[in-house]
Structures are given as structure tokens and as C-alpha cells.
Ligand binder design. Structure first.
Ligand SMILES: [Zn+2]
Length: 282
């Protein structure tokens, strides 16, 4: 991503006292609020709150979520995130323009440990997520190190895939897919039916990440040898079956299996238009 410009839409909150309620002594209150937020986001995404704490959107939480998490992410890491975000801005601006629409880019919040979001307090334990209320992507970069160490998904492009997936949720929001999915989930009244809708939303975001990768490469040759494999490996690493292990239950899946996630990422790589990513048609 060396040739890429930096995005103007990154807000760096790393090193700030996160969330306000998570320091020692006020930990209980903070934790309580955190639980409320988890349920709110969980209902929205149709995720079982029990599993959400481990994996909101991409995998098990960073382990050092309590206490002052030392932020070892270098500026190089932050610049990489900024450049991937800039690339998504270029790709989606062009794609929206092609269909007569205007793309409004999301903001991306880098934080350490905890921060506030329009969906309630954000904690590193939730993993990267998109909040439709404030149209922001939230990332604690400890998650990237966790992806590498615990999920076995190393590499720059694995990180780019995560960012592009979250931006994919923003694209879904702009296209009206997220609000429609939310309504459908409410009608479904939770449970397996709502989870099945969540799976379609998530697989579409994987597909949109693939779509971004191909378009970004056409624009500026961002892909190196092995990058696509890194993305596919990352998509597989965060499959519900992989994360839930031997106790995996399909009706509890909210993001799709490893096979589904890699399949939709590939579909996005080959899609000529966003319509090719319509997981609700299938
Ligand atoms: Zn997602």
C-alpha cells in the first residue's frame, strides 16, 4: 500500500483514557455499561450475546482487554490502516459514481482498550466493528496482533481484509441493506432465523471486501504475490465453525462458516458489480 495516499477520515484515539468508565475503581460501572452495549450491538447483528463477547466481528477478543493495554502499535501500523481506508474511499467513490450515487466515506476510530461509540462503549474485547448509528468503524489494533498470534492469520493483507469488511458494512448501510436486515431480524424475533439473516449480512461484507481488493488492484496495483491467499486465510480464520470449535451449532452461526466466508470473498474478487455480492438472492 506504499503508493496509497493517507485517508483524512482516521481518528486516532489511541493512548486516550478509554471510554471513561474502565479505569480501576470505576471498573464495575464501566463493565455494566459495556454489557448493555454488547447486547445492543448483538441484537442489531442478531448475534447471541453469549458468543458476541468472544467474537463480534471477526474473532476472539484480544486477551489484554482489562487494565491499561500498552499500545505497541507503531505509526507504521496506523499509516497502513489509513492507506487501506483511503483505498476503500477511492474504490467506493468510483463505484457509487458509476451507478449515479454519491459515496460518503465512514470515519475510522483507532482506539486502545475502550472508547465511546454511537452504539455505546466500545471495548477491544468486541473486536473490530462498524456502528451504523454514527457511521464509524472501530478498531483496536491489538486485534491485528491477536489475529496473527491466535487465529493464525498473519500478513498485511489479512489486516486490509478486516478493514475492507467493516467498510463493507458501511456500504451496506448506505445501500439500505443494513436497515432492511435489521427490520427482517426484528420480524424474525431473534433465534436461528435472525442469525441466518446476520450470516447473509456478514457474507456480503466479505464479498464487498473481495470486490474492493480487485478494484483497488486495478486502480493502483496494491496486491503482491500471496496477498489474496492472506485474505482467504483470514476469512477462513474467522469462520463460525472454526471459532466455535467442536461445539459448533449451525443455528448459532452469525457470520458463516470458514468455507462460506472464503467462497464469498472469492466471489467478490470476481464480481463485476456490487449486485454480484447479493447474498440475499441465493
Ligand atoms: Zn462483519
Amino acid at each position: 500500500m506504499d503508493n496509497e495516499r493517507d485517508s483524512q477520515n482516521v481518528e486516532d484515539r489511541r493512548g486516550q483514557a478509554g471510554g471513561g468508565g474502565f479505569s480501576r475503581g470505576r471498573g464495575l460501572a464501566g463493565g455494566g455499561l459495556g454489557m448493555v452495549a454488547v447486547v445492543v450491538v448483538a441484537l442489531f447483528l442478531g448475534v447471541d450475546p453469549g458468543t458476541l463477547i468472544q467474537a463480534l466481528d471477526g474473532g476472539p477478543a484480544p486477551t489484554q482487554s482489562s487494565g491499561p493495554a500498552p499500545d505497541t502499535a507503531s505509526d507504521a501500523d496506523a499509516r497502513f490502516v489509513s492507506r487501506v481506508l483511503a483505498s476503500t474511499e477511492d474504490v467506493w467513490t468510483a463505484e457509487f459514481r458509476r451507478t449515479g450515487k454519491q459515496y460518503e466515506p465512514p470515519r475510522l476510530i483507532l482506539f486502545t482498550g475502550a472508547t465511546q461509540s454511537g452504539c455505546g462503549p466500545a471495548q477491544a474485547a468486541m473486536g473490530p466493528f462498524y456502528c451504523p448509528n454514527d457511521r464509524r468503524v472501530y478498531i483496536d489494533m491489538a486485534f491485528f496482533r491477536e489475529m496473527e498470534r491466535r487465529l493464525g492469520a498473519p500478513g498485511d493483507f489479512a489486516r486490509a481484509y478486516v478493514i475492507a469488511h467493516e467498510v463493507g458494512h458501511h456500504v451496506q448501510n448506505l445501500l439500505g441493506v443494513l436497515p432492511r436486515a435489521q427490520q427482517a431480524q426484528q420480524r424474525a424475533g431473534g433465534g436461528a432465523a435472525a442469525n441466518a439473516i446476520s450470516v447473509r449480512v456478514e457474507l456480503m461484507a466479505d464479498c464487498l471486501a473481495g470486490f474492493w481488493a480487485r478494484r483497488a488492484d486495478e486502480m493502483r496495483r496494491i496486491l503482491d504475490a500471496g496477498d489474496i491467499d492472506e485474505g482467504i486465510n483470514a476469512a477462513a480464520a474467522v469462520g463460525d465453525d472454526r471459532l466455535q470449535g467442536s461445539g459448533a451449532h449451525q443455528e448459532r452461526f452469525t457470520h458463516g462458516t470458514s468455507a462460506q466466508r472464503t467462497q464469498w470473498f472469492r466471489t467478490g474478487l470476481q464480481a463485476n458489480a456490487v449486485e454480484g455480492c447479493d447474498t440475499f438472492k441465493q
